[in-house]
Ligand binder design. Structure first.
Ligand code: OAD
Length: 260
């Protein structure tokens, strides 16, 4: 059984409004690669400047489109892990708001509603003019760097692009504001599986500290965000979150059966 630090349990037990900030580590145990892990991380195998910017798409649309279609295929094939499911279950007994940097839909498929997808949603395709585009269940390339010509928008003929935020682009309208409002109004921030390397998302733990909101970090490694954490719990998303939520459930059951 995973040991839950008693101070993490105490904070989670009393918290009424919880914000959970997630990053790629949240989906690692679903088989989706993180960005910065040496050897296996996407940015250690592929060049972000050639694949994740509007300039890259303009220079070589087929390369960029093929790469994102490959990633979309991996996301479709992946399944939520025990950590995603535990967050959905926690939200049934407390006000739990999820703010994610992930572009997958694993929180939603586990039954959570996500307050803010800070970096967009991979599967929400749209054309360069902003019209939504349904990719349907079309075949997706099995290889990362397979070139695929992007489709054109049936309404305006502009090229279709993935619904992610590329480097140098603004976050989706209102995404940061609603996340920051939720953090300010919360009484616990749980930060799961992010290195804290990308701003403005990485500012949220500092914002929590400024407002006296305690921070629990769940990550097997220390990160740039660890200095903001009141509790740094060195475990994984799929081990730690279910153990924490199960501990809360046990305490609630004990409360119900205790003679008063
Ligand atoms: P990173 O790859 O930078 O960091 C992943 C973090 O997850 C690391 O701190 C790992 O230690 C941790 N980790 C790995 N396995 C884990 C597990 N099983 N459970 C918990 N934690 C685990 O990914 P992000 O921080 O999400 O942006 O990256 C932030 C942004 O950089 C991404 O949203 C993306 C990327 O460029 C855009 O595309 C705009």
């Amino acid at each position: 059984m995973v040991h839950v630090p008693s101070d993490a349990r105490a904070l989670a037990r009393t918290a009424q409004r919880v914000v959970v900030l997630t990053g790629a580590g949240m989906s690692a145990e679903s088989g989706l690669a993180t960005f910065r892990a040496p050897d296996t991380g996407l940015w250690s195998r592929y060049r972000p400047e050639a694949l994740a910017s509007a300039e890259a798409f303009a220079a070589d649309p087929a390369l960029v489109w093929g790469w994102y279609c490959w990633r979309a295929g991996l996301v479709r094939a992946a399944r939520p892990n025990a950590g995603h499911h535990a967050l959905a279950s926690w939200a049934r007994r407390a006000d739990v708001r999820i703010v994610t940097q992930n572009v997958d839909d694993l929180h939603e498929r586990a039954g959570s509603s996500v307050l803010s997808h800070l970096h967009g949603s991979l599967l929400d395709f749209r054309c360069l003019a902003g019209h939504p585009y349904d990719l349907g269940r079309s075949e997706l390339p099995p290889e990362a760097l397979e070139r695929v010509d992007p489709p054109r928008c049936p309404r305006c003929r502009a090229l279709v692009r993935p619904g992610v935020v590329w480097f140098g682009e603004n976050l989706p309208d209102g995404a940061l504001e609603s996340a920051a409002d939720a953090v300010r109004a919360s009484d616990l921030l749980v930060v799961v599986g992010t290195s804290g390397a990308v701003y403005p998302a990485a500012r949220l733990p500092g914002l929590a500290s400024q407002h006296g909101v305690p921070v629990i970090e769940i990550n097997p490694e220390p990160t740039d965000l660890s200095p903001y954490a009141d509790i740094s719990w060195r475990t994984t998303a799929a081990l730690g979150i279910p153990a924490l939520v199960a501990a809360l459930d046990r305490e609630q059951d004990a409360d119900v059966t205790r003679v008063r």
